[in-house]
Design a protein around this ligand. Structure first.
Ligand code: BG6
Length: 368
């Protein structure tokens, strides 16, 4: 059932190209220039134009997908978005109005915190859209609209393909909302859609080099503390990378907005500490590189994840560089998370842990 892989997690990491294709299937117009979610979303164009704010609510890894979702929806559809952890959202009396669209994201569709937030949103008259991997789950049943991620069953407790398929769902949703609201040109939709179609093969090419991450993971596994840094979408992915590592390797790590390090945490950078730096956002290259220099100057061992074409520049500032295929900046999370998944997987193995069933965690938590 593990299809020749040692663990479900590794199998699921390798299923991502298929999960991307399946999640896109039937949702992109035959002309390749438009996105169709009218089967999933029952809102009229008028209703979509009337949305004044979006709240994205989720837990754990799904919350991290929601951080990317915020940037996607804001930049394409120009609607203000807040992303919250479900257990916080529920109790902070959020401002929910009838023209608020609440998006709940849940792989299992059974997480109690997320379900409670969904119900709170509905009580306040909001429309609720679910992004879930399980057809007929509680979240899917209670939501007004559902976008199913077609990642297939995810067995490993640490989420991989479900997270990255949630990203694909957000790209589709952002494009659809933007089309309906008239905030995007058809040519831009076509450009993004074309780049999305290339993602599965690009993930495949990262997976072909999966062994690259073994050695570095073994080195990382000897440390008790490390940092992930990045700016913009790289920071969102850094948070997911950090969680993944903590979940299964039990190594303490912190994800930091690269520009924020100098406002406190730089004190923790000492000789030899590994820092994993994501440098994929073109507009932020220079700024991130200057933050990398700050940690290098304090003795950090920096592993850089950079876009193909820019890796030589990054290599000048870091100790080891890993390159990922080039895509549009908005889409890079769907690629840059893959090396981080592989790194966590190998670090967990190197520490002799049970990769698929980490201690103290459950696949789906049905208590608040
Ligand atoms: C946690 C799981 O309990 O729930 C995480 O251990 C998961 O892996 C989180 O990301 C949210 O789960 P779901 O099913 O709502 O996406």
């Amino acid at each position: 059932e593990k299809a020749g892989f040692d663990h479900f997690m590794l199998k699921e990491i390798h299923e991502q190209p298929k999960a991307y294709r399946d999640t896109m299937m039937g949702r992109i117009g035959a002309d390749g220039k438009s996105v169709t979610l009218s089967k999933e979303i029952g809102m009229t164009t008028e209703q979509i134009r009337g949305i004044s704010r979006v709240h994205i609510v989720a837990c754990g890894t799904a919350f991290h997908a929601g951080l990317v979702g915020k940037t996607v929806i804001e930049s394409l559809a120009r609607i203000p978005v807040e992303t919250d952890v479900a257990s916080e959202y529920r109790y902070r009396s959020p401002i929910i109005t009838p023209d608020t669209l609440v998006i709940v994201v849940s792989q299992s569709g059974e997480t109690a915190d997320t379900l409670a937030a969904l119900r709170e949103a509905k009580r306040n008259g909001a429309r609720v859209l679910a992004i879930t991997n399980v057809v007929g789950s509680s979240v899917a049943r209670d939501a007004d609209d559902v976008i199913t991620t077609w990642a297939g069953p995810e067995i490993a407790v640490a989420s991989t393909k479900a997270y990255s398929s949630q990203l694909i769902a957000f790209y589709l949703l952002g494009l659809y909302l933007a089309q309906e609201r008239g905030t995007i040109e058809q040519a831009q939709v076509a450009e993004i859609v074309e780049a999305m179609h290339r993602l599965p093969d690009q993930v495949e090419s990262i997976l072909e080099q999966a062994e690259l991450y073994k050695g570095v993971a073994e080195a990382v596994s000897k440390h008790d503390n490390l940092f992930f840094i990045g700016r913009g979408l790289d920071f969102a992915v850094a948070q997911e990378g950090s969680l993944k590592l903590k979940e299964i390797s039990y190594i303490h790590s912190e994800a930091y907005a690269a520009g924020e390090l100098k406002h406190g945490t730089l004190a923790l950078i000492e000789d030899g500490i590994p820092v994993i730096a994501l440098v994929t956002q073109e507009d932020l290259y220079e700024k991130t590189l200057s933050n990398i220099k700050e940690v290098k100057a304090r003795g950090a061992h920096v592993l850089g994840i950079a876009n193909a074409g820019y890796e030589d520049e990054v290599a000048k500032s870091v100790d080891e560089t890993f390159s990922i295929p080039r895509t549009l900046p908005l889409l890079t999370p769907a690629l840059s998370v893959v090396p981080l998944q592989l790194l966590s997987y190998h670090a967990s193995l190197a520490r002799g842990n049970d990769v698929d069933k980490p201690r103290n965690l459950a696949k789906s938590v049905t208590v608040e």
